[in-house]
Design a binder for this molecule. Structure first.
Ligand code: V47
Length: 371
């Protein structure tokens, strides 16, 4: 600690807060973003990470299921959506969905991550029956389904309002809600990136209701496009305020923007330094969110592994088939085996823990991790 105090006297107040577990202010977060000493920020984030999660590093055996790429929101940052008449537009039928999940079962899948576009014609029953059919056929699999944006759409279809729609979906089998669709909460940036999408406030309001209804969720932040540091800090702050109120966020997932085939041009993709700094500051600032995910699909496995020393404690999952980031040019593989995830974690000197969707440990190694 003395080394850092000598080299960063201007940040000694933040270092003291990080060491003592005191809450950082938004001004502190901005000052950390302005600091280019990445090991220093990583060191502070690692203090927070170790205080919350020790040497534990989680992963989950999961699958992504994107039931349709047809979306009427047409977000400019998204390369996944298609117009209904596009040659490669698709909608999975319910029997196709059940058959796909049936194949996953033998792999020990514990969590299904189900998201899709806002289809202009699918009825509410399609979504409800999807959950009910999956729940009936696969009672052991956790259904993490439909972002706040989809929930908003479904409540329009059902005519029931958000709370009653959530109750109905929960009764059908919904267990939790993924963190997507949050993008960046700033209205100005949203207007440029995704003018048809629900507002940041609406996203947070729906998350609040979900948490009140006993449906936990994750939260994401899409960064590396048109946003400023101010926008990132504002996003983190709004999440922290809601989390103080509900405690319903299980994890936070920073998502590095991939520009290929999208309508948003950026001079360069996010750098490894920006990815690690953003993860680290997220860990420090979101002191009330138990887990920070390094989503290897977007970061690449090597940065995701290093992220385990920069605040992250979760590599997410085996995934198998990822469409959203790969449509936008991600060069990572679409799947990692359980053994690969365990190896990445062990060779980072952490303890690999296989979790379920709610962070209950379902497997732990017998041996201590390699150093
Ligand atoms: O909602 C879309 C983002 C999200 C691009 O909750 C893009 O456990 C980068 O939400 N470049 C989907 N990002 C992914 C997501 C997620 C991932 C892993 C775990 C969890 C969780 C959630 O991806 C979208 C959007 O925010 N996205 N296009 C793009 N071109």
């Amino acid at each position: 600690m003395d080394y850092w105090r000598q080299n960063h006297p201007e940040l000694s107040d933040i270092a003291a807060k990080a060491a003592g577990g005191a809450r950082l202010s938004t001004a502190d977060a901005r000052r950390l973003f302005e600091c280019n000493d990445l090991p220093f920020i990583g060191y502070l984030a690692n203090l927070a990470r170790n205080r919350l999660n020790g040497d534990d590093a989680y992963f989950v055996v999961n699958r992504h299921l994107n039931y349709s790429n047809v979306c009427e929101n047409r977000c400019l940052f998204c390369a996944f959506f298609r117009a209904p008449q596009a040659a490669d537009a698709y909608v999975m039928t319910l029997p196709e969905i059940f058959a796909a999940v049936d194949q996953y079962q033998s792999a020990g899948v514990r969590e299904l991550h189900i998201v899709g576009g806002l289809h202009p014609e699918l009825p509410y029953e399609y979504y409800r029956d999807m959950l009910a059919g999956l729940r009936r056929r696969f009672p052991e699999i956790h259904l993490k389904a439909f972002t706040m944006v989809e929930i908003d759409h479904l409540s329009t279809l059902s005519g029931l309002g958000i709370r009653e729609t959530l109750r109905d979906l929960k009764a059908a089998g919904l267990n939790s809600i993924p963190g997507g669709g949050a993008e960046i909460f700033s209205a100005d940036v949203r207007q440029q990136l995704c003018p048809n999408k629900i507002s940041g406030k609406r996203w947070l309001d729906i998350a609040r209701i979900a948490h009140q209804e006993g449906i936990p969720s994750n939260a994401t932040m899409l960064y590396g496009h048109l946003e400023s540091i101010e926008h990132r800090v504002d996003h983190l702050d709004r999440l922290r305020v809601l989390q103080d109120e509900t405690g319903g966020f299980l994890s936070f997932v920073p998502l590095a923007f991939h520009a290929a085939h999208t309508s948003v041009s950026v001079p360069f993709p996010t750098t490894g330094c920006d990815d690690l700094k953003t993860l680290a500051i997220s860990r420090l600032f979101l002191d009330n969110v138990p887990h920070i995910k390094a989503y290897w699909i977007m970061l690449g496995p090597k940065i995701a592994q290093i992220a385990l020393s920069f605040g992250a404690d979760d590599l997410d999952g085996t995934i198998m088939e990822e469409k959203i980031t790969h449509s936008a040019g991600a060069r990572t593989a679409q799947a990692m085996t359980r053994d690969e995830l365990v190896h990445l974690i062990r060779s980072a000197g952490r303890i690999p823990l296989e979790r379920d969707a709610l962070y209950n440990v379902v497997w732990r190694p017998e041996k201590t991790p390699v150093s």
